[in-house]
Ligand binder design. Sequence first.
Ligand code: ASP
Length: 440
Amino acid sequence: MQLKVVKFGGSSLADAAQFKKVYDIIKSDKSRRFVVPSAPGKRSKDDTKVTDMLYICYDMAASGDIIDEYFGFIEKRYNEIIRELGIELSLEKEFEVIKNAFTHKAGKDYAASRGEYLNGKILAKYLDFDFIDPAEFIYFKDNGTLDSERTNLLLADELKRHDYAVIPGFYGSMPNDTIKTFSRGGSDITGSIVARAAGADVYENWTDVDGFLMADPRIIDNPDIIRTITYRELRELSYMGATVLHEDAIFPVRFAGIPINIRNTNNPEAKGTLIVATSSKNDGHGVITGIAGKKGFSTLTIEKDMMNAEIGFGRRVLEVFEQNEVCFEHLPSGIDTLSVVVSTSELHKNKDKVLNGIFKAVTPDSMTVEDGIALIAIVGRGMVEAKGTASRIFKSISDADVNIKMIDQGSSELSIIIGITEDDFEVALKAIYNEFCPKK
Ligand code: ASP
């Protein structure tokens, strides 16, 4: 029999009605053996996630306010779920312990982690599955990064002892036994860690969309869903802000070659998006897998005659960025020019120091900074083999009367990145999308 690890996000477990859908999904397939829940998310647009409520409540406790009333709202959310599911479970003792820990300043991470912990207790009872507390099996190092090898070893051993279990997402423990959480959305990472430790055939990540979309639906009407995407393509698109999954969630499963399947709890019939190591299938998408973009970049262009003959020129420029702790994103260069593309907010942290530093380091003939740049990444594993992709991109953009300011093709031929002014962003994105995915 296959083994599946299934993670359900906050919207999938926001109330009893959502819990019932999750129950049906899990019970309809015996291979769904290990379940990773998030804390209850928003029930409607104006609702507050339990995780956010816990942060607020902890801040209140830390500044000496009485938390009984606010904590009562959190208790109410869980009690409502328990009552409506009709299960025999009381979390009253747990609530007391947590409230007490809040007033004794048990830490922000401890506070936030209780959202997943309590939801895990309810889900385990409802499914009649074992409960595994990740505080005992997911370890961080002193520097706050995941101790992945120790975690994998001990968690794999523990999972062997259980046929079916719920393991709450989002947290683990530090060497000094205090609780530590991942960054927001981190239950995705727990799911991936559990999938690796269990040696799962697939990691199903259940959320509230039918899959990863080819483009941002706020710009493109009804974009297609990506059927299959490779980890590397996903990285390229996530870098530009297209997210369904926590960025770090791919690493544990990628290491083990386990595919991730994004699925929709509210539409379980949909096949979702499959994230895999490699794929030759293009599922009818043609050469482009997805398009994503971001505003908020600046280019710093340096000109100097005979730059290309000056050994160490590039290093000296980049050293200035390093010394001023400014990350650079891209580095398109010509014979006598070099442009450094950086995020505007990064550059402006230390702009004068960077400019003066470059003047001293390489004495350029001129230097200009242009803000208001947007980048668009056109990503697709099919590009390596298809001729004419770049020309289709550029023609569609010029037909839309947009001027391209920068071009960067990654050496893997997996993506082409173009820079344009922010005002042209939406128009350019639409033009490229329509070129590759004309409406049927
Ligand atoms: N509950 C946490 C958050 O809201 C973690 C998660 O949902 O993945 O960020």
